[in-house]
Design a protein around this ligand. Structure first.
Ligand code: GLN
Length: 487
């Protein structure tokens, strides 16, 4: 029975809990049991919230027993990336500097999930402050890919992706600044969605690069991600960048199909050096879409080449400002010193890891007098050109299809000593954040070594509906979502 439960989708679990076929306590225990069994090998969780989850599960069961109104995720477990605050639970951002920090309030997405009845089973590992593509930058440990534990799960939401991939949670929340939901989803064979910038409140998520950060759903199926986005999307007065336009029901149009849909293939993304397994999977996916009645159009996004450079200048600049608050006084770790300046320097010096320090230094440099115009100012201008590339492309097409990552998940240690190689693994995901449009990754095959491959769909701002229906049509025509790792 437990084996069946952990393979069920969130949609199925919610229905069975609501109809009392399963209790939430039973479901939650099945996932907690699975965590005990496989997480020592995967290491997806920084904290497992066993008591908290069982208490929430009991409350859901009580509500259902009394016939009270229940939420759409009533009693359904979810893993939360450990850079999102749940009141009274430790939140580390996988950094030593926040190692013992207890969240004093709930993030808006957490309030919404509580209202919907979700059960928090644990806090998922990430690259420190969400800076990275492999979880190797976590201050605590590296998470492993459930399909092959010698490989990375992607990052920075590698814990969330691995948790869902390894069936220790049916759903997870991640954050995506330059690909941190989509790239790990692709690595772990699951679905990951970065909503339009402003679609989901960032209140209570640890700020990395505020003009790019966005919280989003991760799940085994497209339908589950649409369900989760229904819960977390919407305007929030506590986040001045959240946008006040209505939230459609993402499930209502998901089955509309792709007949006549125009899908753009950007020539800059299908380059010669693309990994052969990735290319083969994408080619097959294109055939599937053609058979479903979609039309393909070659498009150009001419400023793609600048995206990685522009992203790293902007994200490091914003990070250097955002991370100034960790001074040893207001939050977390404090080095013992006799004077204030020493205390700032030592707390930050000992509390931050190497990648975080590298980015604070790069960002401080890019923002400093004399370099500001040439680096930060110029990057903002090129960012506008990248955004305009998409606006022009979307005059011709409804959706853009690309690989999610240039290669399947690489081996742990393969790129950790070369930051530039690591930065290049985000080459296909970064432009979406710069342009503030929605994007998602969904499984589209396996490499010859059995590592999952993902494809990325990009849509117009606030057109997640078209993105979901495009993804759903492909998923239903294929069987990748029915594959499970043998861990
Ligand atoms: N891998 C990218 C980086 O290191 C993206 C991170 C993210 O989206 N949080 O910045």
């Amino acid at each position: 029975m437990n084996n069946d439960i952990i393979k069920m989708t969130a949609t199925e679990l919610a229905a069975k809990i609501k109809s009392k076929e399963l209790s939430s306590v039973e479901v939650t225990k099945a996932f907690l049991g699975r965590i005990k069994e496989v997480d020592p090998k995967i290491k997806a969780y920084v904290s497992v919230c066993e008591d908290y989850a069982l208490k929430q599960a009991q409350q859901s069961d009580d509500k259902i027993a009394k016939g009270e109104n229940v939420g759409v995720l009533e009693g359904v477990p979810i893993a939360i990336k450990d850079n999102i605050l749940i009141k009274d639970i430790r939140m580390t951002a996988s950094s030593k500097i926040l190692e013992n920090y207890i969240a004093p309030y709930d993030a808006t997405v957490i309030t919404k999930l509580k209202d919907a009845g979700a059960v928090f089973v644990g806090k998922a590992n990430l690259d420190e402050f969400a800076m990275g593509s492999s979880t190797e930058n976590s201050a605590f440990f590296t998470t492993r890919n459930p399909w092959n534990t010698e490989h990375i799960p992607g990052g920075s939401s590698g814990g969330s992706a691995s948790a869902v991939g390894a069936m220790t949670a049916p759903l997870a929340l991640g954050t995506d600044t330059g690909g941190s939901i989509r790239q790990p989803a692709s690595c772990c064979g699951i679905v990951g969605v970065k909503p339009t910038y402003g679609r989901v409140s960032r209140f209570g998520a640890v700020a990395f690069a505020s003009s790019l950060d966005q919280i989003g759903p991760m799940s085994k199926t497209v339908e589950d991600s649409a369900l989760l986005l229904n819960v977390i999307a919407g305007h929030d007065t506590k986040d001045s960048t959240s946008i006040n336009i209505g939230v459609p029901n993402y499930l209502s149009t998901i089955k509309d199909g792709v007949k006549g849909l125009k899908i753009g293939l950007p020539k800059e993304y299908f380059i010669d050096g693309l990994d052969a397994d990735v290319k083969a999977s994408l080619d097959k996916a294109i055939e599937v879409y053609k058979n479903l009645g979609a039309e393909f159009v070659e498009i150009s996004l001419p400023h793609t080449d600048y995206a990685v450079a522009v992203y790293y200048i902007i994200c490091c600049s914003e990070a250097s400002a955002n991370l100034a608050r960790y001074d040893g006084v207001r939050y977390g770790f404090r080095a013992e010193c006799n004077n204030l300046l020493d205390e700032y320097q030592k707390s930050r010096g000992q509390g931050f890891g190497a990648e975080v320090k590298r980015r604070i230094m790069l960002g401080t440099y890019a923002l400093s007098a004399g370099y500001y115009d040439a680096l930060y100012g110029k990057s903002q201008k090129v960012r506008t050109l990248i955004k305009q590339d998409f606006e022009k492309a979307f005059e011709k097409v409804d959706i853009i299809l690309t690989p999610s990552a240039p290669t399947p998940a690489f081996k742990i240690g393969e790129k950790s000593s070369d930051p530039l190689q690591m930065y290049l693994s985000d080459i296909f995901t970064i432009s979406c954040n710069l342009a503030a449009i929605p994007g998602m990754s969904l499984p589209c095959g396996f490499s010859q070594k059995g590592i999952p491959i993902g494809m990325q769909l990009l849509a117009k701002p606030f057109d997640e509906q078209t993105m979901f229906k495009t993804a759903y049509a492909y998923e239903q025509a294929t069987a990748w979502h029915k594959e499970f790792p043998k861990i």
